[in-house]
Design a protein around this ligand. Sequence first.
Ligand code: AMP
Ligand code: MG
Length: 397
Amino acid sequence: MRSVEEHQRVVAGLITARGAVATPVPDALGLVLAADVVAPLSLPGFDNSAMDGYAVFAEDVAAATEESPVTLPVAEDIPAGRTDPLTLAPGTAHRIMTGAPLPSGATAIVPVEVTDGGTETVTIRRASRPGQHLRHAGEDVTEGTTVLRAGQVLTPAALGLVAALGLADVSVVPRQRVLVMSTGSELVAPGTPLLPGQIYESNAVMLAAAVRDAGAEVTTVAMTADDVATFRGTLLEHARDADLVITTGGVSAGAYEVVKDSLGGEVEFVKVAMQPGMPQGGGRVADTGTPIVTLPGNPVSALVSFEVFLRGPLRAAMGVPQPERTRREVTLGESLTSPQGRRQFRRGVLDGDVVTSYGPPASHHLRWLASANCLLEIEEDVTEVAEGSTVRVWDLT
Ligand code: AMP
Ligand code: MG
């Protein structure tokens, strides 16, 4: 049997990053920058007002107090967005709004709150320091400065900065494009009536969500019957547009194992020493070269396998700084048994620093996984874990 680590290496080796692409800024949230962002202009781009008020020469209002206010004629009104150049004459004021360009000559902004708010003349009740409430060109960003580095994740604030710099596109590591295929002649799409012996398809829905949750893109979600020609046809129709194919089902030891039967020469089918998720496979679709990872069909096995083998490499191929789930050593709140020779991944609920297993270990109990917040990892050679022991968990939150 192959070890978990060895199969992790095999799968990681199949998945490679795509070349950098220019992406429209609004679509780039969560992606990783492929190149530094150098500011093509300064921010602010021009001297402007930090307050709604009046642009003045500071010395003209130096004597203003509550008891002896200073009154000045208002020569201009400057809302934000006014584009014609203006000059302030000594002994006058311009009414000005936040973000509006400072008239040349002005040395301070008097906030509207310490004036009578006049539009013909303005009476000012407080002195201003030179430079008060001014924003200077370039005080946030100087043109030519590197403001974001390659490898940084684009957060909302980073996208705001890029937009403020006037850039429409950013160079990013593109999302991995994933084709998700589920197999099984018993499967029916949710929303349609079931015949006896049929079940609703859930793996493809779940794995497509897991792919998106990892930051990758799902190109197609397909469900095929256990029929080699149908499977092969669907695979070849969509594999070329994908960087990775993930299948579920059809890889264990029974008859009608459609994935095994369809991919004999291209995929290496192995048993991995883990529970759940023992039957695994990986390789490349011969016709397209697309990497393909074949997960087992039981829903818990499928999702645990995605977590153990695919999530980290997919995120790594998109340049994510910390591609792996956070793993922590915590205290076990109960006693557990585990099979000899298998790495066991139990569903767990972590509360503070204490974890308890959640639901039975069998791989069809999806209900428990749906409300678990961690995977509890028990080593191959451990068969009993006493309450109070230290165990490792993978934080799924
Ligand atoms: P298989 O590996 O194809 O033998 O499937 C193992 C078990 O998982 C069987 O009980 C299947 O019915 C079930 N199963 C396989 N694929 C899916 C799926 N896409 N959605 C829900 N259950 C599935
Ligand atoms: Mg099946």
